[in-house]
Design a protein around this ligand. Sequence first.
Ligand code: EPU
Length: 306
Amino acid sequence: MIKEIIESYSILAKEFNILVDEPMENYTSLKIGGKADIVALPKHRFELKNLLKRACELDIPVTLFGMGTNLLITDRGIRGLVVITKQLKSKIQIIEKDRDFITIFVDAGERLSKVCQFAINNTLSGLEFAAGIPGTIGGAIMMNAGTKSGEMSTIIKSIEVLNQDTFEMKTIEKDLLNFSYRHLNLSGIIVSAVITLKKGNQERIEQIFKHNLNKKNTSQPVSFASAGCFFKNPVEGTSAGELIDKAGLKGMSVNDAAVSEKHGNFIVNLGNASCEDVFLLKQQIQEKVLEEFNIKLETEVRIEGE
Ligand code: EPU
């Protein structure tokens, strides 16, 4: 590594809590990824802001993610600073109440599952679709996580975003947010969200959460390391999982990376899969599905690293 880079890393390490040469496999649900040069897990929005500002001044490239549940990191790892937002959290707060609706404030690093539990405990409806979806609220909003019964865009009232050029924070109302299927077109970093949920019936809410969770547990390989659905569903027609299944690819593997026997759209890590194994498998799946059905599957999982 060149001298200037090492110097800039050590300046940052003197001012912030930094981990050096950190293996990224420990931070992704796929359990894959080489080392990152330096890693920070800020606990407060101002720590995040100061860290990013300083990294910018020192010309250090930044990669940012939450719980790494939709992420594939290359075997050579990530150069520069990795900022992990999963510790950026505080108490979930009720900020507004009326007859039918309750509005809550959540920090971006909060787990989606914890917000779901908050909804259940407070008899609030709107998040049932998210039962069993892993990751942070910030990550879920950024990829507009969802299922057939709903997606994040339906419950967001506004988000607070940190501008990576000016380092100012501003609130963006839902109407100005450009959500699409598994995507939010946004530059900047989500720091918090305001979510509107509807007062509901305790028994009914619990029942739907339980039903959705059971469905997920029976149809998806939840006990294996994976990054969730690997490909986006085609805009119309048959789902990616069904296409992969019909092409006879379930169980196909490259070393320890395998197409799940349970759900065709999951690539699972059977133990020691590398990113290269996943790439090769992904390519083979795409080629086979293109050949069989003339459909080009697009990756849903975000890929980072050298
Ligand atoms: N199917 C098969 N074989 C398979 C998998 C699925 O024939 O191996 C069939 C199913 O029987 C069903 C259809 O394909 O008729 C759709 O399957 P499923 O209900 O599992 O839904 P999906 O479209 O594959 C989507 C989301 C999931 C979400 C589920 C549950 C995407 C890419 N995936 O999957 O989200 O959990 O709906 O509603 O939109 C994720 O985004 O990471 C994810 C897992």
